[in-house]
Design a protein around this ligand. Structure first.
Ligand code: AHG
Length: 337
């Protein structure tokens, strides 16, 4: 097979992008390359999940009180391992771990970044062969360089993110990441084992016709959310058709689709769980950064997701995210209550 040399690989693209920045030391590109490597390893296991005994519950319950699948553990160890052995990360926190992990060695203590990740989001879908994903965000540490990183490094608001991204293990495997310079998507080319730039400069359409929400919880949502969902069901879009409801139950897949095609994704609070289900640090902040960098918006219904000051590594928040015009319209319903 002849490789198309006009298509940049993830490493080539990242190095080219960051080389233009005067203050860049190359640490961020190394970090993103490490994440790409872990993603490739996880991808191999996800692809054979139906074939080997790795499929299924690990038999424990994670800090969120949810069943932990074997692949969650595998993915967690891959991302943690690759970042620990790299040269750009001072420590991590993960949705799978109660506490953050400090890579307390000479090289890591000199690293200026910490990484937060959800190693395998949507893992409830593994057994039924539906797309799942990894979500990550990168922060510049606020603690003293040369010393071990601290909890403050992990409790920064989303607006301090330097980069964020996700990997979707789907009909093809893609890595999408955002920096303040834009959002770019890379598709894994299995013939050469490289992520190759396939979706340059992703822009979230200002509007769309897809709304994504768990309808099963409808009567537990607040009035404004119910009214907005009702309005979505009555909509006629500019091209004459009604809105479409699409909800996979795997946020990476739902938000990925809406990011590319336009749409809104909602995980509101409910009467029994006012903060909803999604985690601020591992799911909401990274997606808020990516979607905002692509021109969309993300809120908790009251304030911008990225302005929330985290107080707990595992706190949850209601989440509304997507195309700007659809988010603006949602606000009119939520503000009317
Ligand atoms: P999990 O990783 O435990 O499978 O959770 C997935 C998240 C998110 O990806 C998805 O959008 C949401 O939970 C679905 O939750 P509901 O089933 O409650 O709608």
């Amino acid at each position: 097979m002849i490789t198309n040399r006009n298509i940049l690989t993830l490493d080539e693209f990242t190095i080219q992008q960051l080389r233009g920045l005067p203050a860049a030391t190359g640490e961020l590109s190394t970090l993103l390359r490490d994440i790409g490597l872990a993603a490739k390893r996880v991808n191999v296991e996800v692809n054979k999940a139906g074939l080997v005994d790795i499929l299924g519950d690990y038999g424990s319950v994670n800090v969120q009180g949810e069943d932990v699948k074997k692949l969650d553990i595998f993915a967690n160890n891959q991302f943690m391992g690759v970042l620990k052995h790299g040269i750009s990360c001072a420590g991590i926190s993960s949705e799978e771990l109660d506490e953050f992990v400090v890579f307390d060695d000479e090289v890591s203590n000199q690293s200026k970044y910490v990484v937060q990740f959800d190693p395998l989001d949507g893992s409830g879908n593994i057994d039924v062969n539906i797309s799942i994903g990894t979500i990550f965000s990168v922060y510049r540490r606020v603690s003293t360089l040369g010393k071990p990183c601290t909890k403050e490094d992990f409790l920064q608001p989303g607006n301090a993110q330097v980069a964020a991204g996700y990997v979707i293990y789907g009909s093809s495997t893609m890595l999408v990441y955002a920096t303040r310079r834009g959002v770019n998507g890379f598709t894994l080319d299995p013939s050469i084992g490289e992520f190759s730039l396939s979706h340059p400069n992703i822009q979230c359409p200002a509007s769309g016709k897809t709304y994504s929400v768990n309808h099963g919880h409808f009567f537990r949502y607040e009035k404004g959310v119910q009214q907005y969902i009702n309005a979505c069901q009555k909509k006629d879009t500019t091209d004459g058709g009604p809105y479409t409801q699409r909800y996979i139950g795997s946020m990476v897949a739902d938000v990925h689709r809406n990011l590319l095609k336009g749409g809104i994704f909602m995980y509101p609070g409910t009467t029994d769980k006012p903060n909803g289900k999604l985690r601020l640090l591992y799911e909401c902040n990274p997606f808020a950064f990516i979607v905002e960098m692509a021109g969309g918006r993300a809120t908790n219904g009251k304030q911008r997701i990225m302005d929330i000051q985290p107080t707990d590594l595992h706190q949850r928040t209601p989440m509304f995210i997507g195309s700007k015009d659809m988010m603006d319209e949602l606000d009119t319903y939520l503000n009317n209550q």
